[in-house]
Design a protein around this ligand. Structure first.
Ligand code: SDX
Length: 382
């Protein structure tokens, strides 16, 4: 008996398509729940560290103290950039957009990795560690380069968040700032088949390499409908200018059917659970750093949006309060999305390794709507 393949159905934006299975993160969009390997994101944000969270995502369990120490040592052992990378950073134009710089520099790491094209699980795990360990140095030192400052090498005595801030600012971060960034890295580490993760999976499903897959993902995350939203939120706050202008500004934007950055989500139709925790963090950090006005404006925007579109399931997403948090940490606005890259490398690498464990080339169909059986007309007759 011949089985006819089911007729492919058109699902714009793949909004209602399950492309594969994963054991990394679970999202309940209706209830606003996010779990990494079954552990609620709020519990991880309050109790875990970025390194421990990466171990959880990649090894599917929380590490023992000894396992965590060994895993952290693995990461710190790979902090050092290949020497030629410093000249490559110097070659990036000082006015280059940071996401163009990060995409280019991360891609260049492949040139100095002898295992770049080794498809084995062990090599991919080692490449994942190198990508996670070296990207902070690339971002921090690109920023130093564009500001005419000397390079600073990573400090192996520090974790990813603290080592990054120490390179970026030329001094060790306060405990509060280091903790704030570490929490942001936990919250952004993974999120199912978001656009950048899915893009990376398409690349790795062709049996291309991990560096190519992560480069694909970085380019995808850059868009303001995805990872670029946190920078767009900051520009929105700047454009509004003051708490008394929030209501007319937001209502006019909605009347023009324009999207308010930092709100809405393809999956969450309830409050993004990452925004819940970030909001408390943003409030405290804003107070500690004299940025209360930003937090108050954000809170007011949230109130207006809740009244206007909350019933449509449009609520703050992770990017809305990460903007005030990153700004209060002292990060330049155009470094907000590179922060997302630093964290989401954990998710991208984990999903790529998961895809390869049971790979099938990802190649959807398209609904052809063009003409058929057209004649070839010689150019003289056109
Ligand atoms: C991230 O996918 C992930 O998991 C992503 C992420 C992750 O961790 O990887 O969570 C990170 O990317 C968060 C999202 C960051 N992006 C933004 O904040 C940009 C603003 N948000 C919107 O562009 C939008 O909400 C999307 C793109 C996030 C989701 O859009 P959908 O699912 O395609 O929904 P849609 O555009 O079809 O909107 C449905 C309705 C429309 O109104 P109607 O035409 O039905 O009247 O909701 C409205 C939209 O106009 N709407 C908004 C809105 N988002 C949706 N209206 C105002 N402001 C918004 N932000």
């Amino acid at each position: 008996m011949t089985t006819t393949a089911a007729k492919p159905r058109f699902d714009k934006g793949l909004a209602n398509t399950i492309a594969s299975e994963s054991a990394m993160s679970w999202i309940d969009g209706q209830e606003g729940v996010l779990e990494y390997v079954g552990i609620d994101i709020d519990a991880l944000a309050r109790n875990s560290t970025f390194e421990e969270t990466v171990f959880l995502l990649w090894r599917r369990k929380l590490p023992t103290a000894g396992e965590l120490e060994a895993f952290s040592a693995l990461i710190r052992g790979e902090y050092a950039l290949p020497e030629p990378m410093w000249d490559i950073i110097r070659g990036v134009p000082a006015d280059a957009g940071p996401m163009h710089a990060v995409r280019t520099l991360v891609s260049a790491l492949a040139l100095f990795d002898p295992e770049a094209d080794d498809p084995s699980l062990e090599a991919n795990e080692r490449k994942g560690i190198r990508l996670l360990a070296r990207t902070p140095s690339l971002i921090a030192n690109f920023d130093r380069h564009r500001n005419g400052r000397d390079f600073i090498k990573p400090d192996k005595s520090l974790d990813v968040a603290s080592s990054f801030l120490a390179m970026l600012n030329g001094e060790r971060p306060t405990e509060t700032m280091a903790k704030a960034l570490d929490v942001c890295l936990i919250l952004h580490a993974d999120h199912g088949f978001n656009a950048s993760t899915f893009a990376g999976l398409v690349t790795i499903s062709t049996l291309s390499d991990m560096y190519s897959a992560v480069t694909t993902a970085i380019g995808t995350l850059k868009g303001p409908l995805h990872g670029g939203a946190n920078e767009a939120v900051m520009h929105l706050l700047d454009e509004i200018g003051g708490i008394d202008k929030v209501e007319p500004f937001i209502r006019a934007k909605l009347d023009r059917k324009e999207k308010v950055m930092g709100f809405g989500h393809r999956v969450y139709k309830a409050y993004d659970p990452r925004a819940t925790y970030l909001k408390t963090f943003a409030k405290k950090l804003a107070e500690d750093t004299g940025n209360q006005g930003l937090y108050e404006m954000s809170n007011r925007i949230e109130q207006i949006m809740h009244e206007a579109v909350g019933s449509k399931g449009i609520h703050p997403n992770v990017d809305f309060y990460s903007a005030t948090t990153y700004y209060s940490i002292g990060l330049a606005i155009d470094l907000f999305t590179p922060m997302f890259v630093m964290s989401r490398i954990a998710g991208w690498v984990g999903h790529c390794i998961e895809q390869l464990s049971d790979n099938r080339l990802i190649r959807p169909r398209c609904e052809y709507i063009g003409p058929h059986q057209q004649p070839y007309v010689p150019i003289a007759d056109r």
